[in-house]
Design a protein around this ligand. Structure first.
Ligand SMILES: Nc1ncnc2c1ncn2[C@@H]1O[C@H](COP(=O)(O)OP(=O)(O)O)[C@@H](O)[C@H]1O
Ligand SMILES: O=C(O)[C@@H](O)C(=O)COP(=O)(O)O
Length: 411
């Protein structure tokens, strides 16, 4: 293994694995820190953690454990993957984890770049944009767990990190890898350890990859990894895939604008049932009832969703608590996934990072092999001889995503 990656959630990890696979690396995604050694053919290992929204100390401990395992597999460079919308709070977890990894690797000039132009995320003048609006006006200010209220990455990261945060502007990036290397060096000389790097096009991300060839630690969205495989002699190629026949079930706990539109689009053509938070919490809807409903649908791709507008989510959170409602729904979807798998489902599609993490952990899936891309940032994944999955990041995917995902998974 050459490139060791630590993802702070499961959808994000599959997004990174997708980018590396498309750029020609042999990639495997692991659920949590593996116990056994990796297959020697793996060139890039992505350890997926559910560490985005947990206590910062626990996120640091898990990430360091993942780092040790990746080092033991022989990796020479490391990548910390977080969300292209920089999902975090003033307490973390991006800053504390990046600090700990940098210290463990004695890494300086740590690039911080969540840009992902393919999905509309760009970093300019240190600020994060989603399409043509600032992050804080993109809908992410209403995220149930990590409301993003400040688009200035330098300021937001400085709240979380004990190190000084620097910045390399777009002009230095546009000037190419040598100029970018010099700009990183200048920020390092000025005492900055984490350095936010502007990027608005894939060409900028490839320049970042080239400039980062000798750096031990890079952090960012999957875009920041776009140029890394070339440093290891890899070149883009096809991703092998064998589809899976059988029954499909879709589960959505994501409340993003994109997912809510996908849910509405899917519900107009397929069986769909809303999961109301208070019904789950107060025991009126059990996972086995919901799973039985999904398995009893003969046509289409049945969808169970708790995806709801911000005011509905806020009401549940005010009544039951933010964490209690999140974990009740996550436990619920994990139990539904187990029951439908045991009942014969062979294709499971999930929406939402935390939700997908709960489902993957609930299904005890150890390794995921990366298949073709469904929509930018979302690959088809093989989880075993008779189970394939797709883990959709909240904000990703076209409006007909669930249907499209099922087509790709079927092969
Ligand atoms: N109706 C709801 N009320 C309260 N919380 C909800 C509701 N639906 C989902 N959630 C919680 O909101 C969080 C959504 O996060 P996640 O699954 O990561 O989606 P995204 O990828 O869009 O961020 C999860 O913890 C989920 O359990
Ligand atoms: O970088 C991204 O945007 C995604 O890979 C990702 O991490 C998404 O997380 P969720 O929106 O919580 O699914």
């Amino acid at each position: 293994m050459k490139l060791g990656c630590i993802g702070d959630d499961f959808t994000g990890s599959s997004d990174l694995a997708n980018t590396l696979a498309k750029e020609g690396m042999r990639v495997t995604q692991y659920t949590g820190v593996p116990v056994a050694d990796a297959d020697p053919s793996v060139q890039a290992g992505v350890v997926a953690l559910k560490s985005r929204s947990i206590d910062p100390g626990a996120a640091v401990a898990k990430s360091l454990e993942a780092l040790e395992w990746l080092k033991a597999q022989g990796c020479t460079q490391f990548f910390f993957k977080y969300c292209s919308t920089f999902d975090s709070t003033p307490r973390g977890n991006i800053g504390p984890v990046a600090d700990a990894l940098a210290e463990a690797l004695d890494a300086y000039q740590v690039i911080v770049c969540p840009a992902f132009p393919g999905t509309g995320r760009s970093v300019y003048q240190g600020h994060l944009f989603v399409n043509d609006v600032l992050l804080s006006e993109s809908g992410m200010q209403n995220h149930p767990l990590t409301p993003m209220t400040d688009p200035d990455l330098r300021r937001w990261l400085a709240l979380q990190s004990k190190h000084d945060v620097g910045h390399v502007d777009a002009a230095s990036v546009f000037a190419g890898a040598d100029a970018l290397r010099a700009a990183l060096q200048a920020e390092h000389a000025a005492g900055k350890r984490h350095i936010v790097v502007d990027a608005i096009r894939d060409a900028d991300l490839r320049a970042i990859g080239a400039a980062a060839a000798e750096l031990p630690l890079i952090t960012g969205g999957s875009g920041a990894a776009l140029g890394l495989p070339a440093n290891f002699g890899c070149a883009p190629g096809g991703v092998p895939w064998t589809g899976q026949a059988g029954r499909a079930v879709a589960l959505s706990g994501s409340c993003s604008i994109a997912t809510r539109a996908q849910v509405a689009c899917h519900a107009a053509r397929h069986p769909a049932r809303e999961v109301v938070a208070e019904d789950v919490i107060e025991g009126r809807l059990t996972a086995s009832d919901a799973a039985a409903w999904a398995l009893s649908q003969d046509d289409g791709v049945p969808l169970l969703y708790s995806s709801a507008d911000p005011d509905v989510v806020r009401e549940a959170q005010d009544r039951f608590g933010r964490e209690a409602s999140a974990s009740a729904l996550e436990d619920f979807f994990a139990a539904v996934a187990r029951t439908v798998r045991d009942g014969g489902a062979t294709r499971i599609i999930t929406a939402g990072g935390e939700t997908s993490g709960a489902v993957v952990e609930g299904l005890s899936l150890d390794t995921l092999d990366i298949g073709p891309e469904i929509d930018p940032g979302v690959p088809a994944l093989r989880a075993g001889p008779d189970l394939v999955v797709a883990l959709k990041s909240g904000n990703f995917g076209a409006e007909d995503f669930f249907e499209k995902a099922d087509r790709v998974l079927t092969g």
